[in-house]
Design a protein around this ligand. Structure first.
Ligand code: SF4
Ligand code: F3S
Ligand code: FES
Length: 262
């Protein structure tokens, strides 16, 4: 009997389902080069190679799990949902900010090593983990919660038209992964800039017809570290795993500061 998946681990579902088929998905070895940093022993980060057996349908997150579970339990990274919802596993993969759980191995050039490192611009804590507090501090500053001056009608919800709801639909999709903010060159050079994620989350409430604090947020972002720091580089839009038009949202906030909310 032939075995289509040479040396694959016994719990790999692909091997069990397709071991006798010429169509079987074959595993292969890929090299991940991971930027490591252990604050207890290292003064500087360094790169470490790992050869990992993967399937094309695996995600980079699966490869990192394999390293952690089978080769080096000290490898440190964040993840929770593993399905592109929680926003905890943003990292630089081949120099581009992505979610590890949404990056398929087959979509990368597997003839070359895959470089994995922590996102930039936030303090490095260990391996692929950064301190997210400066990111969330900017998020909190824009008051990302509904503020209404009046109570809703007794026993009823606040009414909103379909068009009014659509006005801010794009920016409701944010999962606070920081892929945008940590890809922004302005944020890299000046950690004081609010950053695109905070502006996206301000946009979500500024253009919500039920909210009465738009001007408060516009005043906050009309600051020397606010929207005017944006140089329309578009890295943020390219990096967003939710496909949010981040640069456009920033432009709309700039317009609202200059000409009022529309
Ligand atoms: Fe992540 Fe996109 Fe939200 Fe930025 S706007 S934090 S990239 S989901
Ligand atoms: Fe930065 Fe995005 Fe503006 S990458 S410069 S916030 S368009
Ligand atoms: Fe939740 Fe990737 S682990 S978004």
């Amino acid at each position: 009997m032939s075995t289509a998946v040479a040396d694959a681990s016994t719990d790999a579902p692909e091997k069990v389902q397709a071991s006798d088929s010429s169509d079987a998905i074959k595993s292969f070895i890929v090299t991940l080069i991971v930027r490591r940093f252990d604050p207890d022993v290292d003064t500087e980060p360094h790169w470490q190679d790992f050869d990992v057996e993967v399937y094309p349908t695996d995600r980079v997150l699966d490869a990192l799990h394999k390293i952690k579970w089978e080769q080096d339990g000290s490898l440190t990274f964040r993840r929770s949902c593993a399905h592109g919802v929680c926003g905890s596993d943003a990292m630089r993969i081949n120099g581009r900010n992505r979610l590890a759980c949404k990056t398929l191995i087959k979509d990368l050039d597997v003839q070359k090593p895959i470089y994995v490192e922590a996102i930039k611009g936030l303090p490095l804590e260990k391996d692929l983990v950064v301190d997210m507090e400066p990111f969330f501090a900017s998020y909190r500053e824009v008051q990302p919660f509904l503020q209404a001056n009046s109570a809703p009608p007794e026993g009823k919800e606040r009414i909103q038209s379909v068009a009014d709801r659509a006005r801010f639909d794009d920016t409701t999709k944010c999962i606070l992964c920081a892929a945008c903010t940590s890809s922004c060159p302005v944020f890299w050079t000046d950690g004081q800039y609010f950053g695109p994620a905070a502006i996206v989350n301000a946009h979500r409430f500024i253009f919500d017809s039920r909210d009465d604090a738009a001007q408060v947020r516009l005043d906050i972002l009309n600051d020397k570290e606010g929207v005017w720091r944006c140089r329309t580089t578009f890295n943020c839009t390219d990096a967003c795993p939710r496909g949010i038009q981040v640069t456009q949202a920033i432009a709309e906030v700039k317009q609202a500061i200059m000409r009022g909310k529309r």
